[in-house]
Design a protein around this ligand. Structure first.
Ligand code: ADP
Ligand code: MG
Length: 184
């Protein structure tokens, strides 16, 4: 059974559909990356999982149990933690959160944006270590190359929809992903 299951989740902001039937799974101990351009719906997807924006339809299950009816605090109690403003990493991961609070100086929503390369490498190492220690993580990261290198599985979002998914290493080699997100 997947630890986290996101099934056909929709998020609307008034009439605007920001997330359209997004589905993905995170197995225990897995690191999953969501990649996509600005406005693709990555943050809205994470917020829907955390319960900080309402989902208009779909299902979110944790260890097989629906959690989409719960409030954000109850989801935190179940171990879902969306990092505070500025850090869109979540999982069972208070350590990383603290680490990123210290590593982050600017109010942007992806871990490496505006951070010196050396610090990015340190964050990447920390994410790797936490994941190796058994933490399940959904990573939203501006640097798609880094995200795909770290991720077991990854999902590319465009206009609120999953347009491609696969192993991180496979997407790193995928011509359309390389063209769209890796600048090659
Ligand atoms: N609070 C909001 N109110 C209205 N529209 C929003 C809000 N948050 C995000 N959007 C819109 O939803 C779409 C998806 O945004 P977002 O989930 O932040 O994408 P990403 O994180 O991939 O950049 C964008 O068109 C964005 O402008
Ligand atoms: Mg975002």
């Amino acid at each position: 059974m997947p630890m986290l299951e996101v099934e056909k989740v929709h998020v609307h902001y008034k009439l605007m559909e920001a997330v359209r039937a997004v589905s993905f799974r995170v197995n225990r101990g897995e690191l999953v990356a969501l990649i996509g351009s600005n406005g693709a719906g990555k943050s809205s997807t994470l917020k829907a999982i955390a319960g900080s924006v309402p989902m208009s339809s779909g299902a979110i299950r944790l260890d097989g149990e629906p959690i989409h009816g719960l409030g954000p605090e109850q989801r935190v109690q179940r171990g879902i933690a969306l990092s505070p403003e500025g850090r869109r990493l979540f999982g069972r991961m208070s350590v990383l959160e603290n680490l990123l609070v210290g590593a982050h100086t600017i109010k942007l929503d992806e871990p490496s944006l505006g951070i010196a390369p050396k610090v990015v490498a340190e964050i990447a190492d920390a994410i790797r270590q936490l994941n190796a220690g058994g933490m399940s993580i959904v990573l939203v990261e501006q640097n798609a190359r880094l995200a795909l290198k770290l991720a077991h599985n990854a999902y590319a979002l465009e206009h609120g929809e999953v347009v491609k998914s696969g192993k991180g290493a496979e997407l790193l080699d995928d011509p359309s992903i390389r063209k769209a997100y890796l600048g090659v």
